[in-house]
Ligand binder design. Structure first.
Ligand SMILES: NC(=O)c1ccc[n+]([C@@H]2O[C@H](COP(=O)([O-])OP(=O)(O)OC[C@H]3O[C@@H](n4cnc5c(N)ncnc54)[C@H](O)[C@@H]3O)[C@@H](O)[C@H]2O)c1
Length: 439
């Protein structure tokens, strides 16, 4: 919404959220999320044509277009628990809109939703005939956290789905007009609502599938002394495969990949497509396998016991350039290390606050430290969880000197020069390559 406001001064954009704390923070220098370049975009439009408010009712009344971007987490109860999306926040918003609206509106499905949700929402919206008409348009968001601003400024495509009726097409055209203020027309594609909804789930499933594919091969490389980086380079140069998303790692995290794939799995099961469901579910299973393998490797390397050993995690965010820790592999790793009675220290440039929230039930066993040098003092091992640039440039000689010996380094993101780190004295365990040890 900040990008739309910044690019289109002729529109008045109001962000309305029930969370008053967030709404307050959006109007300060300390935004509620860390996202490179976002503060500048917000500042450009704030109080000009970008406003933040907790007045949901008032803003529903006055808006012509409503982007519904509420959370759609995986359902944790009842039918479809653990797989399908929990639509209670979306449905509540739809019901609020019906109750409060006094004029025709375009309702944009911005949250990621399972296929055919827009149809259900349209029914709710248009059921109570107050003489008001609602058009539901699907406009899934393809930005990635950490690169949100460049993704929004220069998107590969903007997708807008609507009903193929005269009113539906007119509503769709109004949304095309907004994006056309800065996105080339040939990158704004339109289609029916269901195809738009499904495209978002499928895009995330394909991206996650690439990570699981390369991670599955990393396990084979570790057994056979092949090097996953060399394999990834060789296959990535095939223009049919392409080089992106081929970094082997501890696995994917984030609020979307797992939830969206499980949504897809659930839909397939509902339609009786069990083989298709299983195919996609395995993308999630390989991710869990990769996390489990990483922890097992740590325990095995450190002489089959990590009890009372001090282990420092470099990074807690699910990826670099974000403070977001939702579904971060680091959460799993910490829990497993604590089960083995290790002493865990976590450092991260942006995610420590969220890490403290995620681990509030075990805070007394975990240390949170902003300075990576302090965090590694007297540590037995370092595990790199997040590919922050910062961790590539640290003085590992200095770090090594202050650690217990033998010192271990488990590179869950394959970001370091392993040979160099080994020469300093570390026992190094990358992903998808043979370890470099001094034993
Ligand atoms: N985070 C991403 O990178 C990303 C990318 C693409 C799509 N999405 C999708 O966007 C949606 C939102 O994701 P998010 O990461 O921003 O979630 P989030 O949980 O960070 O934000 C959702 C916000 O909605 C607010 N909210 C809930 N109910 C409300 C209501 N009735 N009225 C007003 N506000 C309400 C919450 O207070 C919260 O601030 C999800 O469907 C997600 O799948 C997210």
């Amino acid at each position: 919404m900040a990008m739309i406001a910044a690019k289109c001064p002729q529109y008045k954009v109001t962000v309305a959220d029930i969370n008053a704390q967030k709404i307050k923070a959006w109007q300060t220098e300390k935004l509620p999320i860390y996202e490179p370049g976002l503060l500048e975009v917000v500042k450009k439009a704030l109080d000009r044509n970008l406003f933040f408010s907790t007045d949901i009712e008032g803003n529903i009344k006055t808006a012509d277009i409503i982007f519904v971007s509420v959370n759609t987490p995986t359902k944790t109860y009842g039918g479809g628990a653990g797989k399908t999306a929990d639509l209670q926040y979306w449905e509540k918003t739809a019901r609020d809109i019906v109750r409060i609206a006094e004029s025709d509106k375009i309702i944009i499905e911005k949250s990621t939703l399972p296929v055919r949700t827009a149809e259900a929402m349209e029914r709710i919206l248009n059921a109570k005939n107050k003489g008001i008409h609602f058009d539901v348009v699907s406009n899934p968001e393809f930005l990635a956290e950490g690169t949100a601003i460049s993704d929004l400024e220069n998107p590969d495509r903007v997708l807008i789905g609507s009903r193929e009726t005269e009113k539906g097409r007119k509503a769709r055209e109004e949304i095309v007009e907004i994006y056309a203020n800065w996105v080339p027309r040939d990158r704004i594609i339109t289609c029916d609502v269901w195809s738009a909804e499904l495209s978002k789930l499928v895009a995330n499933a394909f991206l996650a599938q690439r990570i699981s594919s390369i991670n599955s091969i990393s396990a084979l490389c570790e057994k056979t002394e092949a090097d996953i980086k060399k394999v990834a380079r060789a296959i990535g140069m095939d223009s049919r495969i392409g080089s992106k998303f081929l970094n082997a790692s501890i696995g994917f995290g984030g609020s979307c990949f797992r939830k969206d794939i499980l949504n897809l799995v659930y839909i397939c099961e509902r339609y009786g497509l069990h083989e298709v469901a299983q195919y996609w579910e395995n993308v999630v299973k390989i991710n869990e396998y990769q996390e489990g393998r990483f922890v097992q490797k740590m325990i095995h390397a450190m002489f089959n016991t990590i009890a009372h050993k001090r282990i420092t995690l470099f990074g807690f965010a699910f990826k670099a350039n974000t403070g977001d820790t939702r579904e971060s592999p680091a959460i799993y790793v910490v829990r497993k290390l604590l089960e083995e009675h290790a002493r865990v220290v976590i450092t991260d440039p942006e995610a420590l606050h969220n890490a403290e929230q995620d681990l509030k039930d075990s805070r007394e066993y975990v240390e949170f430290e902003t300075d990576p040098y302090k965090a590694t003092q007297h540590a037995h091992a370092i595990a790199i969880m997040t590919e922050w640039e910062l961790y590539k440039t640290l003085d590992y000689k200095k770090i090594f000197e202050n650690m217990e010996k033998p010192a271990f380094l488990f590179d869950g993101r394959n970001i370091l020069d392993h040979q160099k780190i080994h020469e300093i004295g570390f026992n190094v365990y990358p992903i998808g390559k043979s370890p470099l040890t001094h034993f």
